[in-house]
Design a protein around this ligand. Structure first.
Ligand code: URP
Ligand code: ZN
Ligand code: ZN
Length: 473
């Protein structure tokens, strides 16, 4: 098998950093060595098949984006990135594993939806991928089918308290599904917004002629995120199911999570870069129809209420455990523009899979999180949360050689025509400047990005079977 030596860099983990060389044999890491080590008298740099010079750079475990929606059918259209384009963009940005959502539509057999997702992804991906299961129709059959998921390497499912008539589950359905979660160890992932109440506000706003994208954020008030988060926590509490709340944006929802965790509950929260950097006023409230680029749910929150600062703080204090993208891209032309004159018809979603590692690294530069915390929230915790740790999320002997060499002296300009390989006609991050750069990306030992080029191929990525959550308290 071919050997690779990554030499001269500073290896960063969730718990520390230090100078070390990394020796890779084939797809796996075999050793972390003192810089310049020899083995049986042999100079490794002279004997390795490939040597990657990481002098002056950080060497970190490949990013794990645990929330993506490739080719998701949603809002009357389909997310613009498929597994080929989306995973290639992820690789460019230093993400070496995604966990995507298989979508069970109403009336569909859960097993069939999972099969569809396998067929869509197989042979298409640049990097490794796993699945969560969306349960869009909680009934006897799907509850029974959930019990087979761990045997399929899928250890989490997602329910929606929002989107009535589409993916929505009522409290009775949530309770039953969580009972299965408690029984099987499957993680319940929750989209926590009070959908029926949102729908009332949406129709009232539209009746008043308030049709601009900005009103998407007004209709999806933080009270409805806090209320749903609280309700989900209480139902999880009752059943004993572990709970993971996706795309948390409101500081009040964070407080609910923190209070449950203070009571020793297995309750976890994920946020996304958009809730750390962007706001209701500056993006959703952009002139004309421009704000449609940032229509996503949960929505961007008011900068005057300082949700964004609170979210950075929650990342520091571990009240929020990790950052995923909720990558669900839609083009302005032909997709987002379906909602001109009616914000409720704008497909919900933002594309960020390529930029998560950079955007979160900027948090290190800005003094909002430490370098180690960057690794933890983008890779190590996602691996532990979703049963990949040991193989992914860590640079250690035996782990997959998913490695990112990150250059702190580099620079990244984000935007269409700059760093942008996602299948979108705009960027939600246009104009963002990052004081760092993804230099080299290895996926199971193969350099997929290096020297400013994409060197991978579709089909490099494999389906990864996941174990149960490794983060329970
Ligand atoms: O706006 C969003 N988040 N779109 C994707 C679907 C979801 O709710 O996660
Ligand atoms: Zn959601
Ligand atoms: Zn999502």
């Amino acid at each position: 098998m071919a050997t690779t030596l990554i030499t001269g860099g500073t290896v960063v983990s969730a718990t520390g950093r230090g100078a070390a060389d990394i020796l890779i044999d084939g797809e796996r890491i075999v050793a972390l060595l003192e810089p310049g080590s020899t083995v049986l008298g042999a100079n490794l740099a002279a004997t390795a098949d490939t040597v990657i010079d990481a002098t002056g750079k950080y060497v970190v475990p490949g990013g794990i984006d645990a929330h993506t929606h490739m080719s998701m059918p949603f809002g009357g259209t389909t997310a613009a990135d498929d597994f080929e384009t989306g995973t290639r963009a992820a690789a460019w940005g230093g993400t070496t594993t995604i966990i995507d959502f298989a979508v069970q539509k109403f009336g569909e057999r859960l097993q069939d939806s999972l099969q569809t997702w396998h067929e869509m992804a197989a042979g298409q991906c640049a990097i490794d991928y796993g699945f969560h299961q969306i349960v869009g129709d909680v009934d006897k059959a799907s509850l029974q089918a959930l019990r087979d998921l761990p045997g399929e390497g899928i250890t989490s499912f997602k329910l929606f308290m929002a989107y009535p008539g589409v993916f929505y589950s009522d409290d009775a359905q949530i309770l039953r599904a969580m009972q299965v979660g408690a029984d099987t160890g499957l993680m319940t992932m929750m989209h926590a917004e009070n959908g029926p109440a949102i729908d009332v506000l949406v129709s009232q706003l539209l009746e008043q002629g308030k049709t601009d994208p900005y009103y998407h954020g007004i209709a999806r008030a933080w009270q409805l995120e806090e209320e749903a988060t609280h309700r989900a926590i209480m139902l999880a509490d009752l059943t004993g199911a572990p709970l993971y709340v996706v795309h948390v944006s409101a500081k009040q929802a964070v407080a609910q999570l923190a209070s449950a965790r203070d009571r020793g509950r297995n309750v976890f929260g994920e946020t996304c870069p958009q809730y750390l950097y962007l706001s209701l006023e500056d993006q959703l409230g952009a002139p004309g129809f421009e704000g449609a680029k940032w229509v996503c749910s949960t929505p961007l929150r008011s900068k005057h209420e300082h949700h964004q600062d609170h979210m950075w703080q929650a990342l520091r204090t571990n009240d929020v455990q990790m950052v995923a993208t909720d990558h669900c891209p839609f083009c302005m032309k032909g997709q987002k523009d379906m909602g001109v004159g009616d914000f409720s018809k704008i497909p919900n979603g933002i594309g960020s899979v390529e930029h998560r590692m950079d955007l979160m690294y900027q948090g290190v530069v800005d003094g909002k999180i430490t370098l180690e915390r960057w690794v933890e929230i983008t890779s190590t915790t996602p691996a532990r949360m979703f049963g990949l740790y040991g193989r992914k999320g860590v640079l250690a002997p035996g782990a997959d050689a998913d490695v990112v060499v990150y250059d702190p002296a580099g620079h990244t300009s984000i935007g269409l025509g700059k760093t942008h390989h996602m299948n979108m006609d705009h960027s939600a991050w246009e104009g963002y400047e990052i004081d760092g750069r993804v230099d080299t990306v290895l996926s199971r030992g193969k350099v997929v990005v290096g020297g400013g080029e994409y060197r991978g191929r579709k089909g490099d990525g494999r389906f990864v079977r996941r174990d149960p959550c490794q983060y329970l308290i």
